[in-house]
Write a protein that binds this ligand. Structure first.
Ligand code: GNR
Ligand code: NI
Length: 168
């Protein structure tokens, strides 16, 4: 397995709409292994392919404490939403930045698993938040886009400052 480099904001690839995967291949299966490895190592609870510079519709998540409930989805689609939840989100592509985002609390996501089988996943609370955060990435969207103008500006200022401090 290989640890992949995580792309940081403001890389253009994080703002692009990713292409659907046409069919499950050994190459994608290997990529999913590397994505899980990279996500657990970070550590993070989710990772989307554009974060490792692959512009394809692939996500991995594991929100369990024990880190033993991996979910990989190809071409994921949200087919139902209900409820509301506010969660303080972070992103491996904006390290050190956090912000409260409102989203539906209950969702059903349809997609292909790594065996190439179509599945539907019912998700609540943190798993629902994380799946929506990852699916947003596939559409070129980041959690800061859900913040109000002022909060978003402040978050981005803070991120630029953090990145500059790291350089000096
Ligand atoms: O590791 C992550 N934590 C997190 C916390 C709250 C809401 C969403 C997330 S996803 C994030 C990893 C990441 O950037 N995935 O794209
Ligand atoms: Ni993210």
């Amino acid at each position: 397995m290989e640890k992949l480099d995580i792309v940081l904001y403001p890389e253009q690839g994080l703002r692009e709409v990713c292409k659907p995967v046409k069919e499950m291949t050994d190459q994608i299966d290997k990529l999913i292994d590397d994505m899980f490895y990279t996500m657990y190592d970070a550590p993070g609870i989710g990772l989307a392919a554009p974060q490792i510079a692959v512009q394809e519709r692939i996500i991995v998540v594991d929100v369990s404490e024990s880190k033993d409930q991996p979910i990989a989805l190809i071409n994921p689609e949200i087919i139902r939403t209900a409820g509301k939840i506010t969660w303080e989100e972070g992103c491996l592509s904006l390290p050190g930045i956090y912000g409260k985002v409102n989203r539906p609390s209950d969702i059903i996501v349809k997609g292909m698993n790594r065996d190439g089988k179509m599945v539907e996943i019912e998700a609540h609370d943190l798993l629902a938040v994380c799946l929506q955060h990852e699916i947003d990435h596939l559409n070129g969207k980041m959690f800061i886009d859900h913040l109000s103008g002022l909060k978003r500006t402040r978050a981005l200022q803070q991120f630029r400052k953090l990145m500059n401090e790291e350089q000096s």
